[in-house]
Every structure is written in C-alpha cells, then in structure tokens.
Design a protein around this ligand. Sequence first.
Ligand SMILES: Cc1cc2nc3c(=O)[nH]c(=O)nc-3n(C[C@H](O)[C@H](O)[C@H](O)COP(=O)(O)OP(=O)(O)OC[C@H]3O[C@@H](n4cnc5c(N)ncnc54)[C@H](O)[C@@H]3O)c2cc1C
Length: 452
Amino acid sequence: MSDSRRHLVIIGGGPAGTQAATTAASKGGRVTLIEKEIVGGAAHLWDCIPSKTMAASALRHSSVRNAAKLGLSTEPTRVDTGVLAERIRVITGDINRNWLELLDSQAVDVVSGHGRFVSDHEVIVETESGERRIGFDRAMVSTGSAPRVPDWAPVDGERVLTTRDCYDLDEVPEHVVIIGSGVTGVEFTHIFESLGSKVSLVVSRRQILPLRDAEVAAVLEEDFIERGVHLAFGARAEKIDVDGSGISVFCDDGRILHGSHALLAVGSVPLTDRIGLEEAGIAASNGYIEVDEYQRTSVPHIYAAGDVTGQMPLSSVASMQGRKIARHALDLPVTPLDYSKVAEAIFTEPEIASVGLVDVEAAAQGRKVRTMKVPFAANARSVLQHFTRGFVKLTSDPATGVVLGGTIVGHRASELIGVLTLAVQADVTVKQLVETLMAHPTMTEAISDAAE
Ligand SMILES: Cc1cc2nc3c(=O)[nH]c(=O)nc-3n(C[C@H](O)[C@H](O)[C@H](O)COP(=O)(O)OP(=O)(O)OC[C@H]3O[C@@H](n4cnc5c(N)ncnc54)[C@H](O)[C@@H]3O)c2cc1C
C-alpha cells in the first residue's frame, strides 16, 4: 500500500535536523533523516556538549584551587585527561542513543551516509552498501558547519588544533596560544586556564569579544588578567611554525607568541559543497544558503536551517528553526522566529548572557531606553559564594516600562538569563519585575533589584 503522507527528507542530523524530524513525525509526516556521521550532529559530537562538559570540569577544578578562600584546605589537584575524555564520550554516546531511540519510536527512516541533491525532488545517499535514491515532497538542508582553518595554519591535531582536537588530549597542554577572541576563543581560554594551562590569547582588536559591549568584555578581561592569561591585544596571527618543543605564532605587528600548542578559534565555514545545491537550484551566497522568514530557500519546497544559513549560529536557534520548518512543511500554522528575543550565553567564569535589546544596541539605533544596573558585589548570595564579579543590566521602554532586554555577567548567568528571557518574551514591565518576590538569598534577587 502506498504511503500518502507528505514526505520530508532532511540532510544533516544536528539540532536542526533532529528537531525537524521528530516534530514532523509527531505531526503525521513521513520523514527520512540522512546523517553521515552521528545523529545529534556537530553540536553534540564536537561543539556545545563536549565543550560544556570540559567547562564543567574546569569550573570544579578552579573551585578546588580557590577553596582556601572559603576556609577549605585541599591537597594539590591533578587533572586526569583520560577520565575527562571518557566522560565526554559517554555523554555524547548517550545523547546519540537517545536520539536514535526517539527517532525509531516515531518511525523516522534514518539513513547513514552522505546525502546530496540530484534534482529539486530527489537526493542520492552514498551509503556503505551503495547509493540509495530518495524522492521527496519537501526537503530540508541542515548540514551545519566546520571550524575555519586559514591556509597559513598547519593543523595537525597534535600541536596545532581546532576545537575538535581538544576533547581527547593526552595531557593538559602546558601553554596554549589561542587565536581568536570571539565566543569560542574566550570559552577555551577559560577551560584551559582552569585546567592548569598557561594561556596566551591573540586578540585582533582592542577588546576581547569584539561584537559585545565594552563594559561586558572588560569584566572578563579583568578576570583573565588576574588569572595570568596573556592578552595580546591588536595582534593578528598570520603564520604558525611547529618545531620539536612547541609552536610559535607570528603576528602581523612582529610579535611572536611561543607555546606548547596553538588553538584556532577563528570562526566556521558552512558545509554546503558536495550537497548538490546547484542541481536542486538552491541559491547560496559565500556558501551560506539564502532563506526567507520561514526558512524557505530559493526553491520554496526546500528549506534550510542552522549554521548553513549563517543566521545565528546557535544550537538553540537551529533547533527552533527545525521545529518551525516541520510545521510549515506540513502546512500547519507557524510564526517566523523572532531573532531579537533569542537568549545567548558565553560559558566562561563569570558567564555572560544576554537577551533582547541591550543598551549599546539601543544607542546604536538611536532609540531611547532606560538602563538599570546592579553589581553582583551588592548581592548577598554572590558575596557568600565568593562569586562577586559582574552585574545585571536591564533596558526598558521609558514610555511603557516594558522590559526590552538585558545582559547578565556573573556566575551561572546562562541560567539567570531565563528570567529575563521570559520577561522579554511576555512583555513584562519593570514594575512587574519589582513586584516579583524572588527567593532569598539568591542571585535572581539582583534582577528584581536592578528593576527597582
Ligand atoms: C566549540 C563550539 C561550542 C559551541 N557551543 C554552543 C553552545 O554552548 N550553545 C549553542 O547554542 N551553540 C553552540 N555552538 C554552536 C552550535 O554547535 C551550532 O550552532 C549547531 O551545531 C548548529 O546545528 P546544525 O543543526 O546547523 O548543524 P550541526 O550540529 O553541525 O549538524 C550538522 C550535521 O549534518 C551532517 N552532515 C553534513 N553534511 C552532510 C551530508 N552531506 N549528508 C549527511 N549528513 C551531513 C553532519 O555530520 C552533522 O551531524 C558551539 C559551536 C562551537 C564551534
């Protein structure tokens, strides 16, 4: 008996692909998910999950190192990279298994292999047992991205690394020179320094996190400097030499930074070659697939989501785009994603998180906002936990009092931002935030205090 359900074929099983698959299957669609490596995607194998698993060990290690400040004496600690690597393998393996079980329970056809379009209604998958042709009514591209490797960087996975080489190192590197001070660069600066490495960070501009508010970056810079991280401001790496004892990073201003390892954190490139975009007639610009507000490509029955679109390269955004595509592909009601209300977090210590319209963006747009700020040094829980660095900063509409956005720099800011995200999403007013009685003593009190 032929299957009359609408058939959605998805190439790439990361957050975008898996979420689209389970949503479409639960809404009555027939789904084929093509994945060449691991279901769960780069997000689970290489990016979010392993880096945050390492960050969890890093945070515990730095807590132990600083325990004396809380009246605890400890023996010298040792980092066992083997245990750390095994923990990452177990966690990513579990996530992969859970996804496969869920997809199986929803009768999603998971095909292992490299998928590519051969026309605007058919893909070919190169599987271990040969080629398989699959026709579709709707399709979605979610093939993700990979670390950018400049042609001057001799990446070997031993001394010159990308982030993907960091999860299975034999030992904690003695001295890592990290090239790139965006989100990935600062997260790995925090991780390696906390695990005991000496870290030098090549910062091409005058501040780390160049896309962020200078006040926010300054808190982290101060923290890094206190921890002994060398910040090489205004230096652009252009060559790496590897010799027997380590690496040397040569910068455009003549500076040379020596270390045991170099780590590249200079962005990513979309994985859109060899997937038949031309054969399907899908338009792309610099490798990124062009999409409209419903994630439709130039071929309206083919969608794209996640890092391949170059929109907001976050796992959370990719997942939401995938869910929305599934609904749209099945002609169910769906609203476009509002990117202005997406919460973002940087998992350093202190963490940095923001949502909505923050004061610097408002100023750049010439929009009048009210800004309220409270330092964590004035918050009881922060003081007693010995995490006093950072602040909560809110912006609101001076006419209506509606909370427009905010930034939190501090311990567990990635969790605290949830309160503000809900406030921004639900158009909560400053007055309502003030009247919200938070538990005491907690760091969430800093949010209502800022509103006050
Ligand atoms: C170090 C690092 C840490 C990060 N941490 C966070 C974080 O904490 N929070 C956050 O929100 N975001 C984080 N990100 C970003 C996040 O990882 C990406 O935004 C997310 O992975 C994008 O999801 P995706 O579905 O587009 O693609 P991916 O997760 O990249 O998945 C794409 C999948 O497609 C498969 N594929 C590719 N080509 C083909 C093909 N031709 N056929 C079949 N399969 C194919 C790949 O094997 C892969 O499994 C981090 C990124 C990095 C680099």
